[in-house]
Ligand binder design. Structure first.
Ligand code: PHE
Length: 463
């Protein structure tokens, strides 16, 4: 969910501003908390080693994640531009243009498949509203639903239409105001469901699996997946934070806000994991097949939890409604960023830019929604369309976008200017650490991870 009410984008009237640090933190946390925390994080953690995945993820969040959030926000505030403009402020070299565009294109590729998952959430909400809590919890419900391409496509289009409507009708602020109330409620409900889940018989095994790292479950894919998830969940390496940084005042303490955003987003991801992974153990007996269910995990597991609660329909409605708002506001921020980039860079009218995005959405979104059904024989590098777009953006493009930011700072902007910008508002407490990570760890590790995930997908190595 985003907080665009506080990051207005008044065309031609100078740049909007957040109302201070709290406004900024809420906006970034809002964009960060979405499907990534409750849908993507739990299934990746379940699939890639539980506690080991969590450990790698946490290390990445406080190292690369931290460095990249500070960098992108600082560059945004320094240049007062979105990514393409921010890179261009430092010259018109091809490498800079590429750096800006790769950051800007990523949201355009994410929003179509994000809307497909948003459609799944709507379908589940609709079924709960019709009182179908019991069938939703039955084995095989999800796989039957997902293979029915007409239904999946229908809900994708409904969700996508809602996102466009919200942006075009200018009711974005209204949606975000509502979500400001619903988000804290979602977190409270998630805490309640978590407590229920972890106290089910057999759930403790799942809690252990999720929280205690076990070296045996480590694979290189754990690192690749954790890094992609870190980018995705914190909304980094996709231009969003440049844009948000460009809206903050010179008085906002960038380090402090970054810590708060990371805390918030990781807290909700932990809740997502604790709600779902122990429940897999309790309701499916720790069946490894279910643990490896992938993108369907949340949709298979939560209905079982709700059904066993007795008041499944009411909780299902409440949960999926709030989940829908979290997804909707994140999708709005993805689409809004995409449209703004097109407007700024191509100087086209807003309706024309929206039209371009309608085409992009329909093309890639339809491929993603049909990929699990009638088009399931079309595989790209062994993946269905949705998994492919997810992999392409998170494991290939975002590392490249992150490298572009490192390059910009190391080769063009220089630490002196970065430090000065951060220090305009506060002391730069972790300056030495920041330099060290950005100079050595980030570029080297990101390159290794990137190359290995490309080699893996091309079948040169097996991770
Ligand atoms: N971080 C969001 C999530 O976890 C996804 C997102 C990325 C939303 C970028 C907006 C912008 O769901």
């Amino acid at each position: 969910m985003s907080e665009s009410s506080q990051h207005p984008r008044p065309a031609g009237k100078g740049r909007g501003r957040f109302s201070g640090r709290i406004g900024y933190v809420l906006a970034v946390a809002g964009s960060a908390v979405g499907l990534g925390n409750i849908w993507r994080f739990p299934y990746l953690a379940a699939k890639y080693g539980g506690g080991m995945f969590l450990l790698v993820y946490l290390i990445l969040v406080v190292t690369f994640g931290y460095v990249l959030i500070v960098s992108e926000t600082t560059l945004g505030r320094m240049t007062r531009k979105s990514p393409v403009g921010a890179f261009r402020s430092f010259g018109d070299k091809l490498s800079l243009r590429f750096g800006g565009w790769i950051n800007a294109v990523i949201p355009m590729l994410i929003v179509p498949y994000y809307s497909v998952i948003g459609g799944w959430v709507m379908k589940y909400l609709y079924e709960y509203l019709r009182g179908n809590a019991v069938p939703l919890a039955e084995d095989g419900y999800f796989s039957t639903f997902i293979s029915n391409s007409a239904v999946v496509e229908f809900w994708f289009v409904v969700f996508a239409a809602l996102v466009f409507f919200t942006i075009l009708a200018g009711v974005k602020n209204g949606v975000e105001k509502v979500s400001k109330i619903l988000m804290p409620l979602l977190i409270l409900l998630a805490i309640f469901v978590t407590i229920y889940s972890v106290t089910r018989p057999g759930a403790m095994e799942g809690v252990k699996y999720f929280l205690i790292p076990n070296l045996e479950t480590f694979s290189w894919m754990t690192v690749v997946a954790a890094m992609g998830q870190m980018f995705y969940s914190l909304s980094i390496a996709m231009g969003i934070l440049y844009t948000y940084g460009s809206y903050i005042g010179k008085d906002v303490d960038i380090e402090h806000s970054t810590t708060q955003v990371e805390f918030f987003d990781t807290g909700v991801a932990l809740l997502g994991g604790l709600m779902i992974i122990p429940a897999v153990f309790a309701f499916s007996g720790g069946n490894m097949e279910t643990l490896k269910a992938g993108p369907s995990l949340t949709f298979i597991t939560l209905p079982k939890v709700f059904a066993s609660m007795g008041a499944g329909t009411a909780i299902g409605i409440a949960f999926f409604l709030m989940f829908l708002f979290a997804a909707l506001t994140s999708a709005i921020s993805l689409l809004e960023t995409s449209v703004s980039t097109l407007e700024d860079e191509l100087h086209w009218s807003r309706p024309k830019c929206c039209l371009v995005m309608v085409v992009v959405m329909l093309t890639f979104g339809t491929a993603s929604s049909l990929g699990y059904g009638v088009w399931d024989h079309f595989l790209l590098f062994g993946m269905q369309f949705l998994d492919f777009f997810d992999f392409l953006t998170n494991s290939i493009m975002m590392p490249i976008a992150a490298l572009a930011t490192c390059y910009l700072i190391l080769r063009v902007v220089g630490f002196a200017r970065m430090d000065a910008e951060v220090e305009r508002s506060s002391q730069f407490k972790r300056k030495k650490l920041y330099h060290f990570f950005l100079k050595y760890l980030a570029p080297i590790c990101v390159s290794i991870i990137l190359l290995s995930s490309i080699a893996n997908v091309l079948g040169w190595i097996s991770l």
